[in-house]
Design a protein around this ligand. Structure first.
Ligand code: GLU
Length: 469
């Protein structure tokens, strides 16, 4: 039975790279009809924060990722770790150490080889160190070998290792210890995680061996890189998953993009989740780091935006952007908002842009694009407009007042009729209408747009621009 886990430390916001690890684990479990589990690694009490744990749940929920057994919380398992620590101490595979440096090392990343000074002191308190097995510590060429499912055969020179700390003096277990106990207790079959953990793997393998636990398979995922070739950082792009939600990226688009960042299935770029579950396996994960490309993510997002229904997008605007979104509208009802979403969804890059455009349409323009105004609505540009723009617009208003149906075909017919009557080209009247309605001239088909607005509102806005010039 395939059993995998995602084991985040809630010490900061959820990074894109972590989200990709979750997705790979989840797809691997679903593909093999296995189990995907969640474990919160919060033993570093100084750095773990409940709000980061909440952010992890929120991000997974946003992605539609579910786990199959109750969440394991490391800070609730102290007694379990204690049992295993006592076992190692009793078997003389670990020892207490009260060197001041041990307290520092437990929190420092500045790793120094420990001189084993406390190994034979038989202390009864302090930090606890793992005793490297004698056959390893005396053999100069000793190495630990394993086959990584992404990188292939890996060999670590054990001379680089020392008696590493497995529990702090306050009794809390260190990452390398807790992770092994938990992966064993949770019967994890495959450990799929970021490449940054590769250097921890030999220590963990030593612990598996010390406990005589069955070794899981390991698959380390190459990093997500910035354009500078280094691990993607804030300097290059937003790295927190939350930021992408707030910027208006769709969860399914981000999911799709992140899977392709390091995994491939021929040249296919766009996948449904079901296709991904069907196709995903570890053998098509590349060994080299993948460069994060915001333009490509944005392109994937536009594909999803186009394919979603207006109702799906409205639900997402309310859920992901602003729960009180609908209350902000003065003019439009839900049916009109849905029609506007349909009209605009293929013209925007992100959900926020869509929401903002529609919200802006709800209000009469407070100003007009001056250059466009000069070009299309003032008397000194084109002859026919010189003398007749106001008249044309005023005529249009009276034609519209008489229209039986306020529908796109009838509106279009009335505009065409006006063009014929005044012998003007379509933009000469369509642009002044756009300016009146929106304040600028960029819009989809004018008749379709007008039909969504209440007729009375359109007339008020045209009257406004007539009064303005
Ligand atoms: N807690 C570790 C982290 O957040 C991951 C541990 C693991 O996957 O083995 O980076």
């Amino acid at each position: 039975m395939i059993r995998v886990r995602y084991a985040p430390s809630p010490t900061g916001s959820l990074h894109l790279g972590s989200l990709r690890s979750v997705i790979f684990n989840w797809l691997f479990a679903r593909h093999h009809h296995g189990k995907f589990l969640l474990r919160i690694e919060d033993t570093d009490l100084g750095r773990s924060r409940p709000e980061h744990t909440t952010a992890i749940y929120t991000a997974l929920d946003w992605m539609g990722i579910t786990w199959d057994e109750p969440v394991v919380i490391q800070s609730e398992r102290t007694a379990l770790y204690q049992q295993y620590l006592i076992k190692l101490l009793a078997e003389q595979k670990a020892y207490y150490c009260n060197c001041p440096v041990s307290a520092d090392l437990a929190t420092s990343t500045d790793y120094k080889i420990y001189d084993r000074i406390c190994r034979n002191k038989n202390l009864t308190s302090g930090a606890i160190r793992f005793k490297l097995p004698a056959d390893i510590s005396t053999n100069n060429s000793a190495s630990i070998n394993f086959t990584d499912l992404v990188y292939g055969p890996i060999s670590f020179d054990l001379n680089q290792l020392d008696d590493f700390i497995i529990a702090r003096a306050d009794g809390t277990p260190m990452y390398n210890f807790a992770v092994v106990i938990d992966d064993h207790e949770m019967a994890i079959s495959h450990i799929i995680r970021g490449e940054e953990h590769l250097s921890n793997t030999p220590k963990q393998i030593l612990l598996y061996q010390a406990f005589d636990f069955k070794l899981p398979e390991f698959a380390h995922l190459p990093l997500i890189l910035g354009r500078d070739g280094r691990k993607l950082s804030k300097r290059e792009a937003a790295v927190a998953v939350e930021d992408y939600r707030l910027k208006g990226y769709l969860a399914d688009a981000l999911f799709n993009y992140l899977v392709r960042l390091g995994w491939s299935h021929g040249d296919q770029e766009i996948f449904t989740k079901l296709e991904l579950i069907e196709f995903f396996d570890l053998d098509h994960i590349g060994k080299s780091g993948s460069i994060f490309d915001l333009d490509k993510l944005t392109w994937v997002n536009t594909v999803y935006l186009k394919n979603y229904t207006a109702q799906q997008l409205l639900d997402l605007i309310i859920r992901d952007l602003d729960p009180v979104y609908l209350t902000k509208f003065k003019l439009f009802q839900a049916t009109q908002i849905l029609a506007l979403i349909d009209l605009y969804k293929a013209r925007v890059k992100v959900l926020t842009e869509l929401a903002e455009i529609i919200l802006a349409l709800d209000q009469a323009p407070v100003s007009y694009d001056q250059a466009e105004l000069v070009k299309w609505v003032t008397p000194d540009i084109a002859d026919i407009i010189n003398t007749n723009t106001k008249t044309q617009l005023a005529q249009l208003i009276s034609n519209w007042e008489a229209l039986a149906n306020w529908s796109a075909p009838e509106i279009l017919a009335s505009i065409k009729q006006l063009c014929a009557d005044y012998q003007i080209a379509m933009p000469q009247i369509a642009h002044p209408i756009r300016l009146a309605l929106l304040g600028h001239t960029a819009s989809p088909s004018i008749a379709e747009l007008l039909a969504i607005f209440p007729k009375t509102e359109v007339i008020v806005r045209i009257q406004n621009i007539i009064n303005y010039i």
